[in-house]
Ligand binder design. Structure first.
Ligand SMILES: Cc1cc2nc3c(=O)[nH]c(=O)nc-3n(C[C@H](O)[C@H](O)[C@H](O)COP(=O)(O)OP(=O)(O)OC[C@H]3O[C@@H](n4cnc5c(N)ncnc54)[C@H](O)[C@@H]3O)c2cc1C
Length: 388
């Protein structure tokens, strides 16, 4: 393994690999990415991988929209496939959230996003399996869809390698060495790697790595469950992705007539050991709510599922910043349940920040670490935190 590098990236999820590739595109390619397991073995490999632009804050809407463009042309950038599949996205909220939805759609449109309001009747026409009450409100994004986290992560990694980056899997970063207030090296079981620039992109483990340096960041890990259902024959046609704020769940189609239903925003999960399966009790609740939204799904077959960890900050928005008090140390963490869709622009922004001292392509100044101590948290217009 290398003994020196211009930069070390800790974590081989979609963020670490996107950052590694973007650093290489900026000419910083004598780099090393350390991944303690396999690439994409953390939250990335468990993602529902929905790409949508509906947010309460412009910074994330813009990042998701610019990232979608990259996912659409991913092969040109990395030589690999993103697996972008266009399905459209229907968001459903209760009448009391109608104004919030309207404000978000206006903000999206001002940012150039293809999005609009839809009446319940139009939503049911777009997705005949849906039942939407007249009292509810809907928004639609025609370009939204999903992609393939494994292919994206591997493609970024392969493209970075071609530009000169090195990747060590099954190699944990044990600690970051700081000398004279600067990042100096990363220690691994295979030895010390000297580097003036270190990026922590370790998903649920980021808090622990930073804590060893005396840097406390308000990151928590939340277990989120994904249920896999085979749709019954009458619903064999794909449906758009459904973001259902009323019922607190999301549903996206998958190949083979499957629907992946995601739910859960409040159960703590320990990255060192949590239940990676799904709970029967939770499934019962989900099945009931899903049946209300898509009555034909009462005949769907349960095909299993999995759980993964959201790494969340108090405002469910990420930290994209230089670490306080340690020069050369950068943090990209806290992506909650919406990091995958942002990953292309996270890579661009973090590479610019680390190489040039400022992210020029997108303004990430609202995503700094000091927003927690200064009380400048971003706000969601909804109760469903992931739509912050
Ligand atoms: C169930 C679920 C559903 C989701 N659905 C969506 C969705 O629909 N749309 C969306 O946009 N986002 C979604 N997300 C969120 C998205 O998947 C994550 O935000 C994103 O994958 C985070 O990527 P990451 O690289 O930051 O973290 P991770 O993928 O967790 O990567 C971190 C990596 O760091 C490694 N690591 C940790 N510590 C060390 C160390 N000391 N040394 C070396 N390596 C280390 C880990 O092994 C891991 O591979 C979902 C997440 C989950 C869990």
């Amino acid at each position: 393994m290398k003994r020196t590098a211009d930069a070390v990236v800790i974590g081989g999820g979609v963020m670490g690999c996107s950052i590694l590739h973007n650093l290489a595109l900026k000419g910083i390619s004598d780099t090393l990415l350390l991944e303690m397991g396999g690439l994409g073995s953390g939250s990335t490999g468990r993602s529902q991988a929905i790409l949508r632009m509906h947010y309460s804050n412009e910074v994330t809407t813009r990042m998701a929209w610019k990232s979608l463009r990259i996912y659409k042309n991913f092969e040109d950038l990395t030589g690999g496939a993103s697996g972008y599949t266009k399905t459209g996205y229907v968001l459903i909220v209760s009448g009391s959230d109608r104004n919030a939805l309207r404000d978000n759609v206006m903000m999206q449109r001002a940012a150039g996003v293809a999005a609009g309001e839809m009446s319940p009747a139009e939503a049911m026409e777009a997705a005949p399996a849906l039942r939407v009450l007249n009292s509810e409100a809907c928004a639609f994004e025609p370009e939204s869809g999903y992609a393939d986290p494994h292919s994206v992560t591997q493609s970024y990694a392969a493209a970075a390698r071609r530009l000169g980056a090195s990747i060590a899997t099954n190699t944990p970063a044990l600690s970051v060495e700081v000398s004279g207030g600067r990042a100096a090296a990363v220690l691994t079981p295979q030895g010390r790697v000297a580097a003036p620039l270190v990026v922590v992109a370790a998903g649920p483990w980021s808090k622990g790595i930073l804590s060893k340096l005396g840097i406390e960041v308000p990151l928590e890990t939340i277990r989120h469950q994904v249920f896999v259902l085979r749709r019954p024959e009458p619903l064999a046609q794909d449906h758009p992705i459904i973001g259902d704020v009323v019922n607190g769940m999301s549903a996206r189609p998958d190949v083979g007539g499957l629907t992946l239903v995601g739910a859960g925003e409040d159960e703590q999960g320990d990255p060192e050991g949590y239940d990676q399966g799904v709970d029967v009790e939770v499934f019962r609740g989900i099945a009931e709510r899903l049946e209300r939204r898509m009555p034909g799904m009462s005949q769907a077959r349960f095909r299993g599922g999995w759980s993964g960890l959201f790494t969340v900050t108090p405002d469910w928005h990420p930290i994209l910043d230089k670490a306080e008090h340690v020069d050369g140390l950068y943090v990209a963490a806290g992506f909650s349940g919406h990091g995958f869709k942002l990953a292309p622009m996270v890579g661009v922004a973090m590479a610019e920040l680390a190489a040039d001292g400022r992210a020029a392509t997108i303004d990430i100044s609202q995503l700094g670490i000091d927003r927690f101590s200064s009380g400048r948290l971003l706000r969601s217009r909804y109760g469903m935190s992931v739509l912050a």
